[in-house]
Ligand binder design. Structure first.
Ligand code: A2P
Length: 342
């Protein structure tokens, strides 16, 4: 694994919802970079962005020369990752890729900082940042798996619109404005469709029981990510995962309600002890139920509603919520970059 003491860092997709959060997290954490480069599409090229390290002019990814970049944080969509990440890696950069492009690749480690840090050592130039929903879930499931061996996991997500990028945030805002002019329609029926091509149905004042696109067996790509990424991160192919991914009218914060069963019964006292001392996790009790709004802008994953399963005894049920732009994406990417520091 390459290590760096004062690396030259590039953010690819620097103008997006995750890219801008990557920049603010690098600033907040005082990341010891020696040079910062920001890249996006030709639409943003030439724009100047003020940073802790001075003004930086956004470069067009298509024409940017990756020579000299040590660490590249990619969040510009899977197509850009597939096309440009190998190019950056062959120019000696270590790419931390937030897209799903390389997550299933056996030669690319999939790493949740504070859960499976050691996996990053086997990288060959590209490290994959997990899906934002899987990431939040793994922060709670990982420590329990370490203690008792995860076997079966039912997981239903409540995913915010910022998981769809800036477009998701804009869509929810405009639909809220639209529907606020017709409250009677929402209460009594007869509402008009706000129309938008991002989601299949209205998202404001609504819940979409389908996040992502249907792929195999009637499950969405988001749901399959929960299956395959959980197994890869926890290093156990046989974990049975039963996922349902739902989009909710929340700006930021992905929540997951899960029930988990292990190689042996786990009781509430043990789960409290394990999660109470897990790094990056805050355990909240039932008087301070963690909600998406509580998770916005903070680094920790919040875990609440912790209880023993009743239908199939011996397991643990909980609700985990995290800022999908921070730990779910940008923070984890920066934490992985920190693991690469000498
Ligand atoms: P731009 O702002 O110039 O379009 P989000 O997921 O929030 O929509 O952000 C996507 C990020 O990926 C943005 O920074 C966006 O840049 C960037 N991006 C999108 N398409 C391209 C492309 N073809 N080449 C480079 N960057 C791109």
């Amino acid at each position: 694994m390459d290590t760096y003491s004062r690396p030259k860092v590039a953010i690819v997709g620097a103008t997006g919802a995750v890219g801008t959060t990557m920049l603010s997290i690098l600033e907040e954490r005082g990341f010891p970079l020696s040079e910062l480069r920001l890249m996006a599409s030709s639409r943003s090229a030439g724009r100047t962005i003020g940073t802790k390290w001075g003004d930086v002019v956004v470069e067009d990814l298509e024409t940017a020369d990756p020579a000299g970049v040590d660490i590249a944080l990619f969040s510009a969509g899977g197509a850009r990752s597939l096309e440009y990440a190998p190019h950056f890696a062959s120019a000696q950069a270590t790419v931390i890729d937030n897209s799903s492009a390389f997550r299933g690749d056996a030669t690319v480690p999939l790493v949740v900082a504070q859960v499976n840090d050691d996996a990053i050592r086997s990288n060959e130039g590209i490290v994959a940042n997990p899906n934002c929903t899987t990431m939040v879930l793994m922060m709670a499931a990982g420590p329990l798996h370490e203690a008792a061996g995860l076997r079966t996991m039912f997981a239903t997500s409540y995913q915010s619109v910022s998981g769809s990028g800036q477009k998701g945030i804009a869509q929810l805002s405009s639909e809220i404005d639209f529907f606020n002019k017709d409250r009677d329609g929402l209460v009594s029926g007869g509402w008009e469709d706000p129309v938008g091509d991002l989601y299949t149905r209205p998202i404001a004042f609504n819940v979409l029981p389908l996040a992502g696109s249907i792929t195999d067996a009637g499950y969405t790509d988001e749901e399959w990510k929960l299956v395959s990424e959980s197994r890869k991160i926890l290093g156990r192919d046989k974990i049975a995962v039963e996922p349902t991914c739902v989009r909710v009218p929340v700006m930021v914060g992905h929540g997951i309600a899960t029930s988990m069963w292990f190689d042996r019964p786990v009781d509430l006292d043990e789960a409290v002890a394990v999660l109470g001392s897990a790094p990056g996790v805050q355990l909240w009790d039932d008087t301070t139920v963690p909600t998406p709004l509580d998770s916005v802008g903070i680094d920790d994953i919040l875990v609440g509603r912790l209880r023993e399963t009743i239908g199939f005894p011996g397991g643990i049920a909980l609700f985990a919520i995290g800022d999908n732009l921070r730990k779910g994406a940008a923070l984890n990417a920066v934490q992985l970059a920190e693991l690469l520091l000498a």
